[in-house]
Design a protein around this ligand. Structure first.
Ligand code: ATP
Ligand code: MG
Length: 588
């Protein structure tokens, strides 16, 4: 039956969804299905017993029989109630496990993605995958299990009661079925389209909320509140309109079925009064009651089965989104036989590296560059020249389009990510702190560091004093992305984190840009100490930090255009001199 229902693509996804999830949760589904069988049986029995109720209420029935029927009624409904409860609990157990599993899988996949994934993927879609899409996966399975087990079995049971009690009336009332089916099919198409558009708009709402939390300063500073409210208002309005549309279409299924069953019941009542060939169609009132009860009870499961396709199709939109994320190819992968990066002095070599972000122009062009082990190399040059990109290459956040990056003679594509990144400590242009305490954030530098080590690192980064001045010291909360701290404080924490990491290679991307002259001087000292015996690559616009490097490389337009000792370069009539002459007064 399902085969005809869904397009090929969706059918494949559906089988995959069932194969992956049903298998893992089968014990719960098995229990759920047993409970559903009991529900179906008890429902049929409750219709069947109507005949006995009516009969036993008639005159001259022995007391014992009345008690017997009463007891049976109580039992049937007790079984039905208990089974319904158990069925819900078991199904929820399996369903929640599926949601949790899929969310974990999606997150694992997300973490494995390279940076390019994040430039291409909208936050809204990602959030939607984690919330609604994971839920739809569960709903789709629930729909199928409930429709095929509980509803179909219930329906079969009730139909059996109907035919057993009133064969002629049953045959007549089945005339309504084809009408109901056709009408349902019409509605399904309509609703699917609207739901699909609704999902897009919900994703946009999430995006705007996210933009608002991260960009609130800019929004306030530029008085963009009205504009944001307008964008959001429009999107929310769209979702509201579409939700109403969906509700109208979905609600249309109910009166439709109501009309049909109303007519069926009315018709049957009328028929029961008539006779064919002198024979009454209705043989006993008890049987008619049983039949009518079964007919009325059959309405709900029939309606659910009829709307199964609708629920499946709309649910599959979420499932598609979820599998889109789960199947998103990982561009940056660890080799199957990846080795541990061998211990070594930490020499870094870029060999003929060409790189571009996506389809864009080349950012690095046949770059040959060596960073000597244990030395400090400063990268200088105009904005957008490719300095940060070089660091991205060394950390293997991206793979070069051609050429290779080697550490101590080993191509970094041959080693495990963990062993590569363990060797590297990084302080970036944008500092990022996680929600939590100062201590927790610092400990991210090196798991298992002692409190003394953390404090020593904070002192080296000139952060200890301001941390102690905070109300709870090292246990103070930094807020989401360090919102409770100043830019310079954030930066000092991220330097402390890097100091704590104690890795042989140190990458500093304008690491001291947000500091005042005094703290910068203190941190420079800390970084010099930190840099001792480590391969340090630093990007710095300030002459003071450039001057203490062992070597300076000028990066322009993706190429190394000049290199040499700092003093030597400053003396030369070239870009470097022009760029740094201007700063000499204030920076040195
Ligand atoms: N994620 C990205 N996607 C696409 N293009 C990018 C991305 N990151 C950087 N670029 C482009 O690559 C070029 C080099 O950028 P890069 O960040 O390496 O410059 P930079 O030398 O560090 O500049 P700055 O001194 O301003 O930090 C720029 O033209 C930039 O537009
Ligand atoms: Mg940069």
């Amino acid at each position: 039956m399902l085969q005809r229902f869904l397009a090929t693509m969706e059918r494949k996804l559906l089988w995959r969804l069932l194969a992956e999830n049903f298998r893992s949760q089968w014990p719960w589904y098995a229990l759920g299905i047993i409970a559903m069988v009991a529900v179906a049986g008890a429902t049929a029995a409750s219709a069947w017993i109507m005949n006995d109720i009516v009969r036993s209420l008639g005159p001259g029935t022995p007391k014992s029989e009345v008690y017997m029927v009463a007891f049976s009624v109580a039992m049937i409904f007790a079984v039905r109630g208990t089974a319904t409860y158990l069925q819900s609990v078991f199904m929820a157990k399996a369903g929640n496990a599926i949601v949790a599993t899929q969310q974990r899988r999606m997150y694992d996949r997300m973490l494995k993605q390279g940076l390019s994934f994040y430039s291409s993927q909208g936050t809204g879609d990602l959030l939607l995958s984690f919330t609604q899409a994971a839920q739809s996966a569960r709903n789709v399975i629930d729909t199928i299990v409930a429709a095929f087990m509980r509803d179909l079995l219930t329906l079969v049971g009730l139909i059996w009661v109907m035919f057993a009690q009133q064969p002629v009336l049953s045959s007549i009332s089945f005339i309504a079925i084809p009408f109901a089916t056709i009408a349902m099919q019409r509605l399904t198409r309509l609703i699917r389209d609207v739901v699909s558009r609704e999902l897009t708009s919900i994703s946009r709402i999430m995006e705007v909320v996210n933009e608002t939390t991260t960009g609130i300063r800019v929004i306030k500073a530029f008085a963009l509140e009205d504009r944001m409210a307008e964008t959001m208002g429009y999107t929310i309005g769209r979702v509201e309109k579409m939700s109403n549309h969906i509700a109208r279409l979905q609600a249309a299924t109910m009166p439709l079925m109501d009309f049909l069953s109303g007519f069926a019941i009315a018709g049957i009542m009328a028929l029961s009064a008539t006779s064919i060939f002198g024979m009454h169609i209705v043989t006993s009132q008890g049987q008619l009651m049983s039949f009518l009860t079964a007919l009325i009870m059959a309405y709900e499961p029939a309606r659910r089965i009829a709307s199964m396709r609708l629920n499946l199709e709309t649910g599959m939109l979420g499932v598609e989104l979820m599998y889109g994320l789960l199947d998103h190819p990982i561009t940056l992968v660890e080799k199957e036989d990846a080795r541990i990066l061998p211990k070594g002095p930490g020499q870094i070599v870029l060999r003929d590296v060409t790189f571009s972000y996506g389809e864009n122009d080349k950012v690095l062009k046949n770059l040959d560059l060596t960073f000597e082990a244990g030395k400090t190399t400063a990268l200088v040059g105009p904005s957008g020249g490719g300095k940060t990109t070089i660091m991205n290459m060394i950390m293997r956040l991206y793979d070069p389009v051609s050429g290779s990056v080697e550490i101590d003679g080993t191509d970094i594509r041959d080693v495990t990510f963990a062993s590569l990144r363990e060797k590297i400590s990084f302080v970036g242009q944008e500092t990022f702190l996680f929600k939590g305490t100062v201590m927790e954030n610092l400990l991210l530098g090196r798991r298992g560091a002692t409190e003394e080590e953390v404090i020593a690192a904070a002192k080296d980064a000139n952060a200890h004093d301001f941390i102690m001045a905070m109300p709870q010291g090292y246990q103070s909360n930094v807020g989401e992305n360090g919102r409770n701290l100043s830019g310079g404080q954030r930066q000092r924490l991220s330097i402390a984190r890097a100091i704590l990491r104690d890795a042989p290679i140190l990458l500093l991307d304008e690491a001291t840009s947000a500091l005042d002259a005094e703290s910068e001087h203190a941190i420079q000292q800390a970084l010099i100490r930190l840099g001792e015996g480590r391969t340090t690559v630093m990007i710095a616009h300030r002459l003071s930090s450039v001057l203490r490097a062992d070597e300076v490389v000028v990066i322009m337009d993706g190429m190394a255009v000049d290199r040499g000792a700092p003093k030597e370069l400053v003396a030369r009539e070239n870009f470097f001199k022009r760029a740094y002459d201007l700063q000499t007064d204030k920076a040195v």
